[in-house]
Design a protein around this ligand. Structure first.
Ligand SMILES: [Zn+2]
Length: 483
């Protein structure tokens, strides 16, 4: 959650109503696409500030410059060298990379943590570049829009609370740009990315390598998700087969061998030097979640979510979902702390006529609470003032029995909102990645014992070092740790 996030990725979808035929710059064939090139550029330029606001730009100038330089080099060697490209690291712990139409390419700092060389970074950028040069996003968004409409989520607040509307559209965009484009387009992006790698002096096999790294990340996340009773995360471009036995991937990447330069660059040292000291996981400006506690030093607040719920810390809100997805708790900023908490609550929650709003205190702070039903779903909303902001915390369940079942933990969570203490402020410190040199006999089990990554630290450290599931450090080898 960031103090000034109010993003709307709205107009993009409207722009897609227009249909025309355009030549595919890669194949030279006529494709049915939804935009002309100038529409693509206009759309990218217009939506880019919204992506920047939604995710935040990772403030690390040398790293940004490094990523952009590699991206620009790939772009010059691509099938659309004349587009104006932007390669940006966004401040998200998620493992992702995506592109807007028109040459706007984004990579999360979360995915960077899993990469171990410049060639692997170039492979991720090259894959996204392949989606742009083959114009996949403009072909695919409409299909994804249709697919995600059914993914109805619970709604507590009226749209002006800078949340739900934006969230839905992000979800729609997510369908096309974040989740992926389908097997054929992903293979085409891998093929093109491998070609751009080869043309810029990397080994195109880095594409297979990075797909393997991300596949292992997915397998590891599936293992953790199972233990935590949540849905695993997926990175687009990943399919059921592991890249080692994926013959079609091997084949499309193999085709790039003919563009391979005499000498190739891996750039491990250079990449690790840039990745050293990078923030790992939540950043302090967005608030840090540890063991389902939210500590937000910048906003000066702390709150506890029910144990076992999946907590997602997003720019617009923090949302916790129960293991069976029957109930959620949503914390967000309503606006400045003006008037009374009751007034704020009535303004932002579409309460049925005659609903009662009770003034109270939460964590010693002025607050108001309402128990109601919104869209036929039992809902409890608290409005609370802290510092210069009014906050809304809503809890909703899909049914009355579900609400009753979770009522005790919901109430405890809503009432746990309070001004951050000095001890909690210390917990809000972000984790950072460090690169060390392995001593002889160093094991991941030993590193895990002194790691803040929790009970899955051993596997997690292996994944970020490209040594999942059973590898160990070799003496003298650079090893990424988190501290
Ligand atoms: Zn992709």
């Amino acid at each position: 959650m960031t103090p000034n996030a109010s993003s709307r990725i709205t107009a993009l979808l409207l722009a897609l109503a227009l249909t025309n035929c355009a030549q595919n710059p890669v194949t030279g064939q006529q494709n049915l696409v939804l935009m002309s090139e100038s529409q693509e550029i206009t759309t990218g330029r217009r939506e880019d500030p919204k992506v920047r606001q939604e995710y935040g730009v990772y403030e690390n100038a040398p790293l940004q410059q490094y990523v952009n330089e590699i991206g620009q080099r790939l772009a010059r060697a691509s099938h659309r060298p004349n587009l104006e490209y932007q390669f940006l690291v966004v401040d998200s712990p998620d493992v992702n990379a995506f592109a807007l139409p028109g040459g706007y390419i984004y990579i999360t700092r979360g995915i960077l943590a899993y990469l171990n060389s410049e060639a692997e970074l170039a492979a991720v950028l090259g894959h996204e570049l392949g989606h742009v040069t083959a114009r996949h996003s403009v072909q695919q968004i409409s299909a994804a829009t249709a697919a995600s409409v059914g993914a109805a989520i619970l709604q507590i607040f009226v749209p002006e609370t800078r949340g739900i509307v934006g969230d839905n559209l992000i979800n729609v965009l997510g369908g096309a740009l974040l989740a992926g484009y389908g097997r054929e387009h992903e293979l085409e992006a891998d093929r093109l990315g491998a070609e751009y790698l080869a043309r810029t002096g990397y080994d195109p096999q880095a594409m297979v390598k990075v797909v393997g790294v991300l596949k292992n990340q997915e397998l590891f996340d599936a293992e953790v998700a199972k233990a935590e009773g949540r849905q695993p995360r997926r990175y687009h471009g990943l399919f059921a087969t592991h890249p080692d036995s994926d013959t079609r991937l091997q084949q499309v990447v193999g085709e790039a061998a003919r563009f391979k330069q005499a000498t190739t660059r891996t750039g491990q040292e250079e990449f690790l030097r840039r990745a050293d000291r990078m923030i790992f996981g939540d950043s302090p400006s967005q608030g840090v979640v540890r063991n389902n506690h939210l500590y937000h030093a910048e906003l000066g607040l702390a709150m506890r979510f029910p144990a076992g719920w999946r907590v997602q810390n997003r720019p617009q809100n923090v949302q916790a979902v129960s293991p069976n997805a029957e109930a959620l708790i949503d914390l967000r900023i309503a606006g400045p702390a003006k008037g009374t908490p009751s007034e704020v609550l009535r303004k932002f929650v579409r309460l049925p006529f005659g609903s009662e709003v009770t003034s109270t205190t939460v964590g010693g702070l002025p607050a108001a609470v309402a128990n109601t039903s919104i869209g036929g779903k039992p809902t409890r909303v608290v409005s609370v003032f802290l510092g210069k902001f009014a906050y809304l915390i809503g809890a909703q369940a899909r049914s009355q029995p579900a609400f009753s079942q979770h009522q005790a933990e919901i109430n405890a969570s809503l009432m746990s909102f309070h001004a951050i203490t000095a001890e909690e402020r210390a917990l809000a410190r972000p984790l950072r990645m460090r690169v060390i040199s392995a001593d002889a006999g160093l094991t991941f089990a030993e590193l895990a014992r002194r790691s803040p990554l929790g009970k899955f630290a051993e596997g997690h450290l292996r994944v970020i070092n490209g040594l999942y599931p059973r590898g160990e450090p070799v003496a003298g080898q650079p090893v990424k740790i988190v501290e």
